[in-house]
Design a protein around this ligand. Sequence first.
Ligand code: CP
Ligand code: NVA
Length: 304
Amino acid sequence: MNDLLEMPALSPQQTTELLQLAQTIKQRPTAWSTYLQGKSIALLFEKPSLRTRASFAAGIHRLGGHSIYLDAQNLIGEREPATDVGANLALWHDAIVARVYSQSTLSDLASASDKPVVNALSDTCHPCQALADLLTLQEQLGDLRQVHLTFIGDGNNVCQALMAGAARTGMHMQVVTPEGYAPDAELTAAAQQQAAQTGGSISVLHDLTQLQSTDAIYTDTWLSMGQSRDNNSVMHDFAPYQVNSDLMKRLGAKYFMHCLPAYRGREVTAEVIDSSQSLVLQQAENRLHAQNAILVKLFEGAQA
Ligand code: CP
Ligand code: NVA
């Protein structure tokens, strides 16, 4: 593994190995406490973050490394191209973790940097989130090949990363979105092809009445960072897709999941997200362990 720019870049085997490693790191955190000794990692963020920024900083510290946070809100583009940013950061740092508006910024950073680049959220993918979520589902439900997950809401970055993750681990995932908000057709087709090989399945629907029973329901904000959508139309289009107690009961869902930040009363009711069925804090905790597994894998070659 040289970079982690998107979830589909991982093979099924790499995905499973990362999940196993994340579980081991979670159980024996001190075993890797000097792994990144002497290493420095740049956290480059064009958009706000709580979980990703704080969990990477804490996780890198636990591995014995050092991180710096760079507010890149006005750094890439007009001021200087992403390739110059990547080439410069690689002179002083051993890896770049980047949250960007556009996936192409990540490719530019990686093309100019001879150090690993990790996607900390882009417009199309959130691989660190998806790995933490798969780890959470595995902890709660065991063998992912038996897990049925429903994603309801906006089919963008988080949904697309989860689809790719589900396809790689043989999970069964149904996605339901309003018309016009479905995940990218090419990414969906690729995930469906991959799922056919791992024994999983991916379906994309718009009609809520077609949903099958499920182990867990996952949703995300209706208004992602950096989107210039008309608020009124978004609220109108998404209103029937709220996760509430009725939907949880109707689908027989045991668990509720959300990447956070969440907007109570919009995509999910407070009753559901604040209930004992909610896994949101376990997902957030697992961000650190999943990300540390990614960092360990990225530096594996360098340690040998
Ligand atoms: N889920 C997630 O990535 O949270 P932040 O935006 O707070 O990093
Ligand atoms: N879809 C959301 C995820 C935040 C973690 C966004 O892009 O803002």
